[in-house]
Design a binder for this molecule. Structure first.
Ligand SMILES: Cc1cc2nc3c(=O)[nH]c(=O)nc-3n(C[C@H](O)[C@H](O)[C@H](O)COP(=O)(O)OP(=O)(O)OC[C@H]3O[C@@H](n4cnc5c(N)ncnc54)[C@H](O)[C@@H]3O)c2cc1C
Length: 415
């Protein structure tokens, strides 16, 4: 059986790992596998939180992180006998992929199944399009060689929160243009107000109801014009929105793009996963990719359950969420303070919380946390939720002491 995967991001690599033991797998990628566009931004955020200010050193670290990760991914795929084919892949019917290499040469791969993991692209009207100088996509932040004195962050979502956090920590005066009354992460609405207040304390100026319709770049700066006619000026504008799958580019007709629970499109044997299906997060992309790959090689009938995945954003503190809370139908919940764990006192970071929710059967329904490494605090709850564990069963489990991971179990006992 032959599987062709288009795209070497988190989804494409995971699909290759899952399928490789059961099929001949070719991964077609327009870059080295393991290239992950947010990686440099993540390194910048971590460095800013750690108090680093040397942009050259931060950039060098981001490059090392990328190279180390790509080498690791390449070795992993080689060990699994996955063929890597550099180039851009495009579907040719439902059982072949045309590949165009960087030098213009073309090849055609026949496939029993094709997994499209080509990610999403920035799709914005020309009045908002990045120019790489004054109007920057979020990923371009890491390419800055000097810090702007003033920046506009346009749009919210997790990327908007993170851009404001990184830049304000590094000393840039940030104006945040958000389209609604207040910033929304779209990941964990329960923590949006908390994190917005934190950013405001850091000096971020939030401009509500500021839906930007035009960005006018000049040699010495940029002006954002909003729907209500307001104008905001700065040295650069960073865009936190505008990503969409581009199915046309991979040759999937729009009327065939609807998917079943495994990501299989209306074209039998052609799967759509990760950001190419709908941009959410790398872990969601990986879960979808694995489910699709195993379905393609007829090894599993389990669809991806993305409710069991911890979604997280920000750092220092981090915000994370899993499942459903009481506002979303859970039967009850309890909230504990970060200060309830000894580790928080050791780290001298007691400002944060965790809310744990349960369903009518007393099983873990969901949780949300704001804390250092909030995602890791929720990780055991993800396992508990998946396993259908009840809160009272968690009470008898004790985590390493002192560690923030204890907080989930402390919440269970409190409940
Ligand atoms: C600024 C930013 C920060 C983010 N931070 C996080 C985070 O902290 N945690 C998190 O979980 N998620 C984060 N995300 C989301 C995350 O990046 C995506 O959900 C994830 O990368 C999706 O993985 P993917 O493999 O589906 O797509 P991608 O990572 O986009 O990978 C697709 C790959 O396919 C390649 N490709 C595209 N077309 C073709 C073609 N025709 N032929 C061959 N190759 C092709 C692309 O070049 C790319 O390498 C962030 C996103 C952004 C924009």
């Amino acid at each position: 059986m032959r599987i062709v995967i288009i795209g070497g991001g988190p989804a494409g690599i995971e699909a290759a790992r899952a399928a490789a033991p059961h099929a001949d797998v070719t991964l077609v990628g327009d870059g080295l596998p393991g290239a992950w566009s947010p990686l440099a931004g993540r390194t910048w955020l971590a460095a800013a939180v750690a108090g680093e200010r040397d942009l050259e050193a931060i950039s060098a670290r981001a490059t090392r992180a990328l190279e180390g990760w790509q080498a690791r991914c390449a070795a992993d795929l080689a060990a699994l006998d996955v063929d890597l084919l550099p180039g851009r892949g495009r579907l040719d019917g439902s059982s072949a992929v045309l590949v165009e290499a960087a030098d213009g040469s073309r090849s055609r791969l026949d496939a029993d199944a094709v997994i499209i993991a080509a990610g999403a692209t920035l799709a914005l009207p020309s009045s908002l399009a990045p120019d790489g100088e004054r109007v920057l996509a979020a990923e371009d932040l890491a390419g800055l060689r000097t810090l702007p004195a003033r920046a506009l962050v346009v749009g919210d979502g997790p990327i908007g929160f993170e851009l404001c956090h990184t830049l304000s920590l590094l000393g840039t005066a940030v104006t945040w243009l958000v389209p609604e009354e207040s910033p929304r992460s779209g990941v964990a609405s329960e923590v949006d107000g908390y994190l917005t207040r934190l950013l405001e304390r850091q000096g971020v100026r939030v401009s509500s109801n500021s839906r930007v319709t035009r960005l006018a770049a000049r040699l010495d700066g940029v002006t954002a014009v909003t729907a209500n006619g307001d104008r905001h000026g700065a040295d650069v504008a960073l865009l936190a929105f505008g990503r969409r799958p581009d199915l046309d580019a991979v040759g999937l007709p729009a009327d065939k793009a609807a998917v079943d629970v495994y990501g299989q499109t209306k074209l039998h044997g052609v799967y759509l996963v990760g950001d190419a299906l709908a941009p959410v997060a790398a872990s969601v992309a990986q879960a979808q990719a694995r489910a699709a790959a195993l379905h393609a090689v007829r090894r599993s009938s389990e669809p991806a359950d993305v409710h069991d995945i911890v979604l997280a954003f920000m750092e220092g503190p981090q915000a994370a969420k899993i499942g459903r809370l009481t506002t979303e139908g859970a039967a009850g919940s309890v909230t504990v303070s970060l200060a309830d764990s000894l580790a928080a006192h050791v780290m001298d970071a007691t400002d944060g919380f965790l809310t744990l929710a349960w369903d009518h059967g007393g099983r873990v329904a969901g949780a949300v946390a704001v804390a250092p490494r909030a995602a890791e605090i929720l990780a055991p709850l993800a396992v508990a939720r998946r396993a259908g564990l009840r809160i009272d069963e968690l009470c008898a489990i004790f985590g390493p002491h002192p560690s923030v991971s204890e907080l989930a179990l402390i919440a269970a006992r409190r409940a």
